[in-house]
Design a protein around this ligand. Structure first.
Ligand code: ADP
Ligand code: MG
Length: 679
């Protein structure tokens, strides 16, 4: 089988399965192999019942201690019984599997695998899987791949398809030069891909991951080096001086700029009027006030008769920025427009027309801004907010919309300067290192689920004082399609616990954009007291009246991500609180969460987390949502990033050119990061 062969050639993949794979962006054998497992299922040794703790995922062995009984609870048929081994007994239960009532026999030996949960104050194993002896013996200690799925496609089907391809796949020759592989002790690509899907051991997994992470960083660095060379300091046709509107805007703000904001603005102001194209990153922790800097830069573009555009990663954030900018800019006679995916086609056309005819000055939007159809009359400045959510490539596509426009990039990713220089190597950097003075430090607590009733009471008090609350639920672990239900279930439960006067709504990524916008607008306007949400609100959202953030199953998030989430509160002058609720309050989890308890500084948090885990913790959760790497994590793999960058910087353009001629697909892989390169 070859790279470009359709997955239809795999035995067992028919038209229906092909369509399901297409939903995951997989059409060819190569794409299937690059679809890495999300995590691994590890079959642990059998555990004595007496040692089972809440939250553990366990295998127990024993027999039924009581006869199975069936109960009807809210239309669910629930079968339960007691299960025992030599050390103790525990309740086990299944829902909607009524046939078990007859097939489960007292006296027979069983192996059960499932999660221990608390129900009505009692520990029980819910919905365990029955394992055969042989099945267990085969799987013990092995890592089973768990893939991202889509409704209708099972993990088993994906696993089988991957295994089938691996059997017959003709890998390309190895492309990493042998000196590099030796120096950094990297295994062959071919071996790494096999072992990443089906590792025989943790060590095999670690080696496979190491190779593929290096590969990602290496190609990224290579592409970035080439790009940087291509756009050394370029003269600019846009000399943008600030002016009267800058003054008026600053006066209309209800606050003074902080020292950090002043310095960043001075840098930007200088760049814009220097006669050279600005390429600047403004880095500042969540809540440090980066939006104002973007607005000041946009004002400069507009005052000099040009257009400016801001691209953000989510529609919710686009709307919010649009509203804020319209509020400040329209009184100054500046026309602001929103361009986002959920607008009706005719509305989109209309905005497109106004952009082309220069009937708007400032355009705020999502990826919609860089679609082919959109032509700008005179784009002098592009801003990307929350850049870590975009690739360099999207920024480059954006660039092509103007004639060498100035570029301002904003990011809240707390990374050390050495790493920033590699990841944003083509940019100058300004750092906003202080928060506005009116902020009280957020009060944090890391707790177990037994604290939940107290947390709810606390929220109610905050709501009575006129404040608002976020509650974050993670995705369910079985499949992402459960994500929605999870938030919805939680909301329903919450509604039954809290009085009717508390207004509760939910938000998740799979909702229609219009519905999302409506909820978000209601929340911004104070018409919703508690917003139960997935991490869709993670970036950028600014509702200063919200003072409580509670994260359920906090142990499932990376600390950097938790820090971003926490950044949604503490944005006004009221005291704010963040509650990290651990579904599985193990010592390890609590130690990690305590880092957040002890500090509100994103840089410190990221650093401590690394120290605690060490680079050896390969199963760790990815720290943050950088989208441009598939496996690699800039925190966890910081050392690899430096090595790969070092290795890449030794290559000349001619060498890369030759390289790309020799290896099929390499050029595409480089350009995936930066857009077209002249090779
Ligand atoms: P971020 O850096 O996370 O993008 P924002 O730009 O959204 O932060 O700003 C967060 C909040 O702080 C906003 O409500 C904004 O109006 C406010 N803010 C920005 N600068 C200042 C300042 N110098 N003093 C007080 N509040 C400020
Ligand atoms: Mg922001």
């Amino acid at each position: 089988m070859n790279a470009n062969d359709s997955i239809r050639q795999i035995k067992g993949v028919g038209e229906k399965t092909e369509k399901l794979f297409a939903k995951l962006g997989i059409a060819t054998a190569e794409e299937l192999l690059a679809f890495y497992p999300r995590e691994y299922d590890i079959f642990s040794p059998i555990q004595p019942i007496s040692s089972v703790r809440e939250g553990d995922f366990v295998i127990i062995e024993g027999s039924l201690a009581t006869k199975p009984r069936m109960a009807n609870v809210r239309n669910l048929k629930i079968i339960s019984c007691k299960f025992r081994d030599g050390t103790g007994q525990i309740t086990v239960s299944w829902f909607n599997m009524p046939y078990l009532l007859r097939s489960l026999k007292p006296g027979t030996h069983y192996l059960l695998r499932g999660r221990a949960v608390m129900k009505n104050g009692m520990l029980q194993i819910s919905q365990p899987k029955l394992l055969g002896r042989e099945e267990y013996a085969n799987l013990l200690g092995k890592l089973q791949p768990v893939y991202h799925l889509t409704a209708g496609l099972t993990n088993n089907a994906v696993t089988k398809a991957v295994a089938a391809v691996l059997k017959e796949y003709e890998f390309e020759p190895e492309f990493l030069p042998v000196e590099i592989r030796r120096k950094y002790q990297l295994e062959l690509h071919k071996k790494a891909v096999k072992n990443l899907h089906f590792p025989e051991s943790r060590e095999a997994y670690a080696e496979a991951r190491k190779r593929l992470v290096f590969e990602e960083f290496f190609l990224f660095s290579l592409a970035l080096h080439l790009m940087r060379e291509e756009k050394r300091k370029k003269q600019s046709g846009y000399i943008l001086e600030s002016g009267k509107k800058t003054e008026e805007f600053l006066e209309s703000l209800p606050f003074q700029l902080t020292e950090g904001q002043k310095t960043a603005w001075r840098d930007v102001e200088q760049d814009l009027s220097s006669g050279y194209v600005m390429n600047r990153l403004v880095q500042g922790d969540v809540g440090s006030g980066k939006t104002v800097i973007a607005m000041l830069a946009l004002l400069s573009a507009v005052q000099n008769g040009h257009q400016g555009a801001v691209m953000v990663p989510t529609e919710v954030l686009a709307r919010q920025h649009y509203e804020e900018m319209a509020r400040y800019f329209e009184p100054l006679g500046i026309r602001v427009a929103l361009l986002a995916g959920s607008l009706t086609n005719s509305a989109k056309k209309e905005v497109g027309r106004r952009i082309l005819e220069h009937k708007v000055d400032v355009i705020v939007g999502t990826h919609a801004l860089i679609q082919e159809k959109i032509t700008y009359d005179d784009l002098a400045l592009i801003v990307t907010d929350e850049q870590h959510r975009f690739g360099v490539r999207q920024r480059e596509t954006f660039l092509e919309k103007g004639k060498s426009p100035h570029v301002l990039v904003m990011s809240a990713t707390p990374i050390p300067r050495t790493l920033a220089l590699i990841l944003y190597g083509d940019l100058d950097i300004s750092v906003i290192d202080v928060l506005p003075a009116n902020r009280l430090p957020i009060k944090n607590c890391a707790v177990g689920t037994n604290y939940r009733p107290q947390a709810y009471r606390f929220m109610q008090k905050q709501i009575e004082q006129g404040h608002q609350v976020y509650i974050i639920c993670p995705m369910a672990d079985e499949s992402e399609n459960m994500e929605a239900e999870n938030v919805i279930d939680y909301t329903n439960t919450l509604k039954s616990v809290l009085p009717d006067t508390v207004r509760i709504e939910y938000l998740h990524g799979k909702m229609r954009p219009a519905a999302k916008n409506e909820i978000m607008e209601d929340f911004s306007a104070g018409k919703v007291d508690i917003l139960v949400s997935t991490t869709v609100i993670e970036v950028g959202i600014n509702v200063p009246n919200a003072t409580v953030m509670m994260v359920e199953n906090a142990e499932r998030f990376g600390l950097a991500q938790l820090h971003q989430l926490r950044g949604r509160v503490g944005r006004g002058d009221a005291q704010s609180y963040c509650i990290f609720m651990a579904g599985n309050p193990s010592e390890e989890t609590m130690e990690r969460l305590r880092i957040l308890e002890n500090s509100n500084d994103g840089f410190y948090v990221a650093k401590q987390d690394l120290k605690l885990r060490g680079p050896g913790d390969l199963f760790g959760i990815r720290q943050s949502g950088e989208l441009f790497f598939q496996l690699a994590d800039i925190y966890q793999d910081a050392q690899q990033l430096q090595q790969a960058n070092e290795a890449a910087s030794a290559f000349t353009r001619e060498e890369v050119s030759l390289f790309c001629k020799k290896y099929r697909g390499l050029r595409e892989r480089l350009e995936k990061y930066t857009g077209s390169l002249s090779l």
